[in-house]
Design a binder for this molecule. Structure first.
Ligand SMILES: O=C(O)COP(=O)(O)O
Ligand SMILES: [Mg+2]
Length: 225
C-alpha cells in the first residue's frame, strides 16, 4: 500500500508508552522527601506532558502548595530517581508495535518529539527496545530553552532529521496538537493518553482511540489534504 505520509512523528509519554506508573513513583518518592503525602496515579496522569519540571510543580501544588525554594531542592531529586528507574513500569500501548511494523513496511520514517529531556527519551526508548525504530528523537531540551512543544521548532527539526517530506504528528496533549499546528502539519490526538479533559478540547485534525485506528486515520488525513 502506498504510504500516506513520508514521516510519522510520535509524542512519547501517554502516546508511545504508558509511563504514568513510573512517573507517579518518581513524583511520590520526591514528595516524600518533603514530607508531603503521595498522589494517586489518576491525579498525576493529567500532569504529564510538559516535562518533568512542570509535573513536579503541579504535584507540589496538589500536595500542599508550591514553593520555589522547595522546588529548587526537590527537582534534582526527581530527575535523579526518575533517571535511575526510567523504564520500570513503563509499557508500549497495545497495538503500537504492529502499527510501527506496518508503517515501516510501507517505508515511513518514524520519529519522536517529546518534552522529556533528550537523554531520558533515548534511555527509555532503548530500554523498552524501541529506539532503533526511530530516525530522530527530539527532546524538550534539544532545541534550547523555551523551544519545546508547543513550539514548532522541534517538529520542524524532526522533519529535517528524518530527511524531509510530508509528515503527521500523534500526541496526547495540547502541546502536541499546537506544535503540529504551529509547524503546519496534521495532528492526531491519542484518546488513550494522559488527557486533562475531553479529547475534543484538543481540537486535533483526527482522534484515535487505539493503535488499530492509526493507519486508516493517516490515510484519511492524507486524502483530505
Ligand atoms: O512530561 C514529560 O516528561 C514529557 O511528556 P511527552 O513525552 O508527552 O512530551
Ligand atoms: Mg504526552
Amino acid at each position: 500500500m502506498a504510504r500516506a505520509f513520508d514521516i510519522v512523528g510520535f509524542d512519547l509519554d501517554g502516546t508511545l508508552l504508558d509511563t504514568s506508573a513510573t512517573l507517579t513513583r518518581a513524583v511520590n518518592h520526591t514528595l516524600a522527601q518533603a514530607g508531603r503525602p503521595p498522589l494517586h496515579i489518576e491525579e498525576v496522569r493529567p500532569l504529564i506532558g510538559g516535562g518533568a519540571k512542570r509535573t513536579l510543580e503541579k504535584g507540589l501544588e496538589r500536595s500542599g502548595g508550591y514553593d520555589p525554594e522547595d522546588m529548587k531542592r526537590l527537582y534534582p531529586l526527581l530527575l535523579d530517581f526518575y533517571g535511575s528507574n526510567i523504564s520500570e513500569g513503563s509499557f508500549p500501548y497495545p497495538g503500537l508495535v504492529d502499527a510501527l511494523d506496518h508503517l515501516q513496511a510501507d517505508g515511513v520514517r518514524l520519529t519522536v518529539v517529546t518534552n522529556k529531556f533528550e537523554s531520558f527519551a533515548l534511555k527509555l526508548l532503548d530500554e523498552v527496545g524501541l529506539l532503533g525504530r526511530f530516525a530522530a528523537v527530539i527532546g524538550g531540551d534539544t532545541m534550547g530553552k523555551g523551544n519545546a512543544k508547543p513550539s514548532a521548532m522541534p517538529i520542524r527539526e524532526m522533519i529535517v532529521r528524518a530527511g524531509g517530506g510530508s509528515a503527521a504528528f500523534l500526541g496526547d496533549s495540547i502541546y502536541d496538537v499546537l506544535a503540529a499546528k504551529n509547524a503546519g502539519i496534521p495532528s492526531i490526538a491519542a484518546s488513550f493518553g494522559f488527557l486533562a479533559g475531553p479529547v475534543e478540547e484538543l481540537a486535533a485534525d483526527a482522534v484515535i482511540d487505539s493503535y488499530d485506528e492509526l493507519i486508516p486515520t493517516l490515510s484519511a488525513l492524507a486524502g483530505r489534504s
